[in-house]
Design a protein around this ligand. Structure first.
Ligand code: LMR
Length: 328
C-alpha cells in the first residue's frame, strides 16, 4: 500500500487516485539551467505570473533557474519521475529520446528566426513535439532562442581548416560530435553548468551558443574569439509530465494553456531582442575578437559539413529536413 501511495503522489494524483479538485492548491515546479535574465528565464517568470494571476493564487509556479534544482541530464529524469512538472530543455538534449530533435543542429538549415518559427508552428513541428508522448512527456510549447555561434580561446575561426585540433564542448553527443569531426576538431559533452569552468581551465578550447548565452554566462571572460556563424540553432521545447497533466482539472489545464500561449509570444519577442542586445554588448566589451562569416566562408563550411547531412539525414528523418527547408 505504501508503495502505491508513493507512486500516486509522485504521479500528482490524490491519494485515492482521483484527479485534483478545483480548490486543491497546485504547485508546479519549473526547473531550468540558464540565468534569469535570459529569454527562457524571463518567460518562465512570465508564465509563473500569469498562472498565479489567472488562478487567483490557487496555482503556484516555483521557478528554479541556473541548474539550482537540476542540471541538464537530471532535469529530464526528474520530469519523467514527476519531481519537476515543467522544464524547457534545449531540444538537442532530447537526442536520447527522439534523435529527430537534432534537426536544429543540421548545419545551416534554418536561415532565420522566422524560418524556425514557421517550422515549429507547422505540422512537422507539431508532429515532432508529439513524438515525446510515449516517453511520458507532453510538449507544451516551442520557445526558440536563436542561432548558435562559435567561440574559442586559440585562434580566429574563419575557415573549416581553423578548427583542426581544437576541442569543443557540446550539449549532447550524436550530430554535434559529427559536426566537429567534419571540421577536424574534437568534442566533449558537458552540462551547461560546467561550461564556464571547462573553458577557463582549458578542458575544452571552445563552445557554440547563442549571443545571449555567451553574454549571460560571461564566456567572453574565458574566450578570445567569436565567429558569427549562425551555423545551427538553440531552441527549447517546454515539457510537462503526462501523468501530472492528466491529474489536473480541465479548468486548471486551460489556465496553463492560456498562460503558456502568452508566455510563448513573450519569449519569442524577447529572444530576438536579448540576442541582439547581447551581441552589441559583446562587441562593445572589446574582450573577444569578432569575425562575421562572409558568403564565401559560409559556402566553405557548408561544403565541409556535407558528411553531417550524409550521416544524419535518415537518422533525423527526411520529412523533417524537407519541412524545415520549406519553412524558409
Ligand atoms: C546549453 O547547454 O548550451 C544550452 O542548452 C543552455 C540553454 O538551456 O540555453
Amino acid at each position: 500500500l505504501l508503495a502505491t501511495l508513493l507512486l500516486l503522489s509522485l504521479a500528482g494524483c490524490g491519494s485515492d487516485g482521483s484527479t485534483r479538485t478545483k480548490d486543491e492548491k497546485v504547485v508546479i515546479k519549473f526547473s531550468h539551467v540558464v540565468a534569469e535574465t535570459t529569454p527562457k528565464g524571463q518567460a518562465a517568470l512570465k508564465f509563473k505570473e500569469l498562472v498565479e494571476q489567472k488562478s487567483g493564487g490557487k496555482m503556484e509556479v516555483q521557478v528554479f533557474p541556473s541548474s539550482q534544482l537540476f542540471g541538464d541530464k537530471e532535469e529530464l529524469e526528474a520530469l519523467q519521475a514527476n519531481n519537476v512538472q515543467l522544464i524547457a530543455p534545449s531540444v538537442t538534449k532530447l537526442v536520447g529520446f527522439v534523435p529527430a530533435f537534432q534537426l536544429v543542429d543540421m548545419p545551416f538549415l534554418f536561415s532565420s528566426d522566422q524560418a524556425a518559427y514557421n517550422f515549429y508552428d507547422g505540422p512537422a513541428g507539431q508532429k515532432l513535439m508529439k513524438s515525446l508522448e510515449p516517453k511520458g512527456m507532453l510538449g507544451m510549447a516551442w520557445w526558440p532562442n536563436g542561432a548558435k555561434h562559435f567561440t574559442n580561446s586559440k585562434r580566429p575561426l574563419k575557415t573549416p581548416a581553423d578548427f583542426k585540433g581544437l576541442k569543443f564542448r557540446t550539449q549532447s553527443g550524436g550530430l554535434l560530435d559529427a559536426q566537429f569531426k567534419a571540421l577536424g576538431a574534437g568534442s566533449q559533452t558537458l552540462a551547461f553548468a560546467e561550461v564556464y569552468q571547462a573553458l577557463q581551465n582549458g578542458t575544452v578550447d571552445g563552445q557554440e551558443n547563442t549571443f545571449n548565452n555567451i553574454d549571460t554566462q560571461k564566456y567572453v571572460e574565458v574566450q578570445k574569439y567569436l565567429t558569427v556563424s549562425g551555423h545551427g540553432r538553440l531552441d527549447y521545447v517546454v515539457l510537462t509530465n503526462t501523468k501530472f497533466w492528466q491529474s489536473l482539472t480541465p479548468e486548471q489545464q486551460q489556465i496553463i494553456n492560456e498562460a503558456m500561449q502568452e508566455a510563448t509570444a513573450f519569449e519569442r519577442k524577447l529572444a530576438e531582442e536579448l540576442n541582439a542586445k547581447s551581441f552589441a554588448k559583446i562587441k562593445e566589451s572589446g574582450k573577444v575578437e569578432v569575425y562575421e562569416l562572409t558568403e564565401t566562408d559560409r559556402a566553405a563550411f557548408i561544403k565541409a559539413l556535407e558528411p553531417v547531412y550524409a550521416e544524419y539525414t535518415d537518422k533525423i528523418g527526411r520529412e523533417y529536413i524537407e519541412a524545415a527547408r520549406a519553412s524558409q
